[in-house]
Structure formats: structure tokens, C-alpha cells
Design a protein around this ligand. Sequence first.
Ligand code: BGC
Ligand code: IFM
Length: 810
Amino acid sequence: MKFGYFDDKALEYVITTPRTPLPWINYLGCNDFFSIVSNTCGGYSFYKDAKMLRITRYRYNSMPLDSNGKYYYIQDGDVTWNPGWQPTQTPLDFYECRHGIGYSRFTAKKNGLKADLLNFVPLHDTCELNRLTLTNESEAPKSFKVFSYVEFCLWNALDDMTNFQRNLSTGEVEIDGATIYHKTEYRERRNHYAFFSVNAKPDGFDTSRDAFIGTYSPASDPDAIRNGGCTGSVASGWYPVAAHELHVILTPGESKTFLFVLGYAENPKDRKWEAPNVINKAPARRLLAKYQTTEGADAAFAELKAYWENLLEGYHVESRDEKVNRMVNIWNQYQCMVTFNMSRSASYYESGIGRGMGFRDSCQDLFGFVHLIPEKARQRIIDIASTQFEDGSAYHQYQPLTRRGNADIGSGFNDDPLWLIAGTAAYIRETGDFSILDESVPFDNDEATCVPLFEHLTRSFEYTVTHKGPHGLPQIGRADWNDCLNLNCFSDTPGESFQTTGPSEGPIAESVFIGGMFVRYGKDYAKLCAHRGLLDKAKAAMTEVQKMEQTVLNAGWDGEWFLRAYDANGQKVGSHECEEGKIFIEPQGFCVLAGIGVKEGKAEKALSSVEKHLDTKYGIRILAPSYSHYYLNLGEISSYPPGYKENGGIFCHNNPWVSIAETVLGHGTRAFDIYKKTCPAYIEDISEIHCTEPYVYSQMVAGSDAKYFGQGKNSWLTGTAAWTFVNISQHILGICPDYDGLRIDPCVPKDFGSYTVSRRFRGAMYRIHISNPDHVEKGIRKLTVNGKEVSGNLIPITEGVTKYEVDAVM
Ligand code: BGC
Ligand code: IFM
């Protein structure tokens, strides 16, 4: 069952009922000001950091679901309704929500009145614009009222929801015509404020939630609206909000547009602190001046659209399969941008408080983002590397505002260092910019410790080399990619048994997965050494890589598949000898994509075992059989009920690893089959089962051992976005950036047909036509570049050439 449809021409998903199985959300904002908006106008805004600078308040765990947003109430006669349906939930005569690329648009009709609401964050301003157009579609004149409503968060979102003894006395606002300023914290020299304004003279306002909504009223039935209008309240402490009241009269057919602006402003750094508590309104006024007319708003919207259209031209495929086209050209790239911006901080499943930027997450997010805005990717790599420790280990997370490592979480996830090599290599393959390796980058943000970025990569590499266990495999530490595989924790106090308590690191527990990573990214490290002329270092690195490869093939092999790990007692994890959790997905996918066991036939065997033991109709499970009870020696993984999350869920993130592994072996049909099973566009028809948005990936789909098999959770912020983009764009469609140029190496189903990819690469545009007259699954036999046949599958870069017409025959 569907709850909407794709409008590919408009680059939109159109939701046709507000009653989606879960709120279906979108992200607004590309730079510093961000908003989350659901299909019923729920959501919130923040500046740079969803924890530290939260602008509006949201209630996670709310009843009804998804409460608090930016609401417009329309009071027409005795009916009050909202264009996004919530919070009044008044049944609408027509409802539509179009989530687009960086904007959302709501159209609703009730009793002959039409509301068109367009929400977006302009490219160059720190605000969200809501353009509300009301049209009288009835035969008679209409006179009605519009009320706007936002509730301010007192900045630090965690403090806001816990520290009531203080916060109920700090709230301050100021009203200046149509602009309501939220200035809590200004007094204590925080230097920032928020504002909510409309480009019309309001007929009333409120700034106290108790006055507008009412102390005991729900947001669906505000006191002020019920009792005849706003009260002119000026909040002092308690709950500051901003609400405008506007009286509108429309003749039949007439329209009127209002522009509402929710903004954020900061003072110049040299503001005098002894100045009185009167905010400097100049920055807000400058911003608002642009959005007094619809022309100003429309120009900003056109600029945003053009920006996105240009970005998405960076990779564009035209194939026979419209679902591939739609995902590759629009939604997958868009999700990659969002994961790059948000890491794992703010979604409807991440509260914006718990996690900032993840070290491993952000490194992987780069894979799907780097072709879009390489300069931003460059800066991100430097930010991430700056949180590394001198011994090569790293803070697992850092806060986006301060870019400092999060000491509460600390380090000890032993895959983290290698992801830095992976992200940097992806950046250099895309851009050819080896100079990034010479950037001077500190350890743990301590400027006194700056060394070239290349040295950081060396420390990453060496960290694995010097942290091996009894079999010669890498020590797992607190966990590897699988956060929940905590093999070094033994606390038997309930609730104290995960990564953070007990001995969380140890010399015995080992990870085969990190072994696979080391082989894969160790080769990149060796190439970078060689490029710097460090040939001995490159050779020594390759010796380590080969040694690890052998170790994985021996100590990491279980007979039919790769083992997952050894626990702190030296016992096997992910082996046929285990009672539960006999086989895990991660080492099968990663070892094979790293090329391990290909010539020995072990790779083929491992992937057949995946198909036999882990595959389901909704994707490949992370492990099987799921753990039926808690295991002290395994940690958090066994804390989940069977079939959920890391305990046997379909973790979408590592499905593409297996798909890529299949392409390494030339299995185009199987690779594509795996791609389709978790791909949102292919499962749109089962939205009532899948529940999460049909236009983006979710972190997890419940596995076959779960009660709700097929149900998605944790949509949007997942490494799945980047990895599926790598899989489909580089390994299936086969356009792969390499150090010396684009490599063309498709691996598709026999009947996939010919297709064309336009690809921006190092300042040039490539138009690559791939045909498959012999219906093979892998590889090309003829490559013609600008009319000249070249040998091999690499398109050589020719200085000064900005257009490449490429013809590849499979
Ligand atoms: C996992 C969760 C886990 C959390 C905290 C996440 O990465 O997906 O299952 O609860 O880490 O350890
Ligand atoms: O690898 C992690 C990731 O960092 C956060 N989400 C879950 C993954 C698997 O545990």
C-alpha cells in the first residue's frame, strides 16, 4: 500500500494523506540553519548544532505522535484547521505534502479556502521562510483569521528539557512591530537571539504559551483562538512562544500571500558586554528586509532550486529502470547530503542531543557526498582528523559546534582510525588533491601537536598494526563497526554491561571485520605512501596487508564463511560451533570486497553462505540465528529482542557491502537483487509494512525473527545512504573514481540494457554510454574516449579537456 507517489520531474515525493504510518520527514537547510519538517508540519529548527543552539522546541515521545512544529491555524467561521492537518487534525477537503530537495510544500483546502504553504531555508540566510498563500476558491467573499505559532526552545536542548528550576525563570522576549524576538540567554552574554516575523501588520500577538495555547489546553485547541484572539501577552519566564494574528478578507478567486520568517542572529564578536539587555536588532532587520516581498522569497527559492539542480548534475543516470534513475539522480544523493550535514545528530530517531558527529560515521558519509561539494568534504576530513589522539585512536564522536571530541564517550572503537584512511582516500580519488595530505592538523585539537594529515593516516594504520590479539587479528576494543559487539565487558550488574562499563578494552578479543578493513584501506595507505615517494614505507605497509590477509584466511575462516570475532576468552563468535549467532554479515561483505579469499574460492563460499543463511525477502540480516537471550561475553548485541537492530535485524548499512562483494565476483544479477531489496523506491508498495519514508533509507528493517518483520526504523541518518550510493554508482553502474581518473567497470544483470551516466569529475563533464550487446554481467571489452579507443578500463585525464564523450561496450 502507498501513501503517496514520486513526482520525478519535480524531484518531489508527494504524500497524499496526513495519516502516514510514521511521520515522514524532510530536511531544510544546506549550511548553518537547519529545520526538520514532517508531513504534518511537525519538527524543529536549530543553528549549526541541534543540542547547543536549538531554536524551537520539539517533544520526542509525544502523544499524539509528532507534536510541536511551526503551525498556522486558519479560523474560518466556526472551523479551525491547519494546512498540515496537525495539530487540530480537522479533516481536510484536500491535503497534499510535497517533500522536495531542501523544501516542503503543503497544499490544503477546507470549505472553499485553499492554503499553499512553502517552507524552505534560503541558501545564504540563517532563517526558515514559510510562504503562506491563501486563496478563496468559493463563490462568496471570505473573512477569516490566520494565527501563526512557534514555541521557542531555550537554546541548549538537553538543559531545556531537564533544568526547569532555572529555565522557567529565564525566558525573555521583545516585540517590535511584526517581529517577536526571543532573547533568553542574551543577558548572560551568549550573543545570539532568534526572531519570528511576518511581512504584514499583525492584528494581535502572543508570546506566552500559557496565554496563547492555555495552561491546560492542547495545541489542537488554543485558548486564544477559542476566545476570540491573541491577548498581547509578553512572556517573562515560563514558556516563550511567538504567535501572530492576522485578519484576512478575500473576494472570490482572490489570493493573499504572507511571508513568515523564523531567524537566528548573532552580534559581532566585539559586542560590549556591559551594554544593557537590549538586543541589537540590526542583523535581524537586514535579513528581514529581503523577505518583505514575495519577489524576495521567490528569488531565494529559485536560487535554492538552481543550486540543487546543479549539484545533482554531478551524477546522473539514464537507464531503463526508472527506480534506479530516481534513487540515483535524486533521493540517494539528497540523503547523502543530509547525512553529511547531520551525521547522526538530529532526526526523528536521533534527538539531536545524544550524538553529535560520529568519527566513523562522518568518514563513511563522505563517500556519498564527496562528489557533490569536495571543498566541504576536505574541511570535514580535517575536522575529523583533529579529534584523533597521538596514538592513532580517536574520539568516537564530536560536537558540531565546537568540533571538539566528546569526552563522555571517549575512544576505544578500534575500527575508527581506519575509517580516516578510507575517507581521505575517497576524497583524493574524487579530486586528485593530494595536497590535503600536507595540511597541518592537530591531535585532539591541541595546536601544539600539529603534523601533516599524512602522519595522521600513518598513526591510523600503525594503530591496527600495534593492536593485535593472539591470532594476529586486530583487537576489537570496545567495539568495531558493530557498536553492540562488546566483547570486553563482563559486568553482570543489569544495565551496566555495555561498552561503557567494565573493562572495555583488552588484548584478547579480536575482530575479523577490522582485519578486512585493514586489508581494504591498508592498500590505499600504501598507495598514498608510494605517491609521496615513500617506497619503503609503501612496501612495508603492503607486507602488513598481506600478512593480515593470510591471517584472515586462516584464523578468520570458519569452513563455510568468515568468522566474526574472538571474544575475550578467545572463543569464536560467528562460527558454526556457536549455538546462536553462527554467521554474521559484516566479515563476509567486507572481506570479500577487500578481495580476500577470491582466488582461494573462500569468497564464493562466504557469499553463498550469506545467501543461504542470512537472506530474506526484505534484505540480508546482520546475523543468524538471532540471540535468544543475553550473553555476558557479547554485550549489547544480545540485549535486543531477536530480529531487531544489531541482533538479527536487516541492517541496511552492510547490505551494500555484500552487493559490492558480489560485483567483485562478477555476479551482476545477485548484486542488483540485493540492491533492490532494501532500496526505498522498490519497496514503496509495502509502505504499510515498511512504515518509514519510501524515499530514503532507514538504518534498520526488522529481520525475520522479529514480530514486525519488514518494518523500518531510524530513517535518514544512516551510513546506508553513502554505501548504497557507492554500490550503485561505482560498483553496479561501474563509474568509479580512481587516483588517476575514472574507471569504468560495470557489473549489472544480463538484461539491464544500455545506459548513460553523466558525471562531473575534476572540473570536467563526462558523458558515458554503456552498452551490453552480449548480455554479460561484468566488465567492458571496448572503451572509446572522445572518438579514440583506449586500452584497459581507465579514462585517462587529458589536461585542458573539459568534455569527455565515452563509449563503453561490455
Ligand atoms: C546502535 C545501537 C546502540 C547504540 C549505542 C548504535 O550505533 O545502532 O543499537 O544501542 O549504538 O551503543
Ligand atoms: O556502525 C554503527 C554506526 O556508527 C551507528 N549506527 C549503528 C552502526 C552499527 O552498530
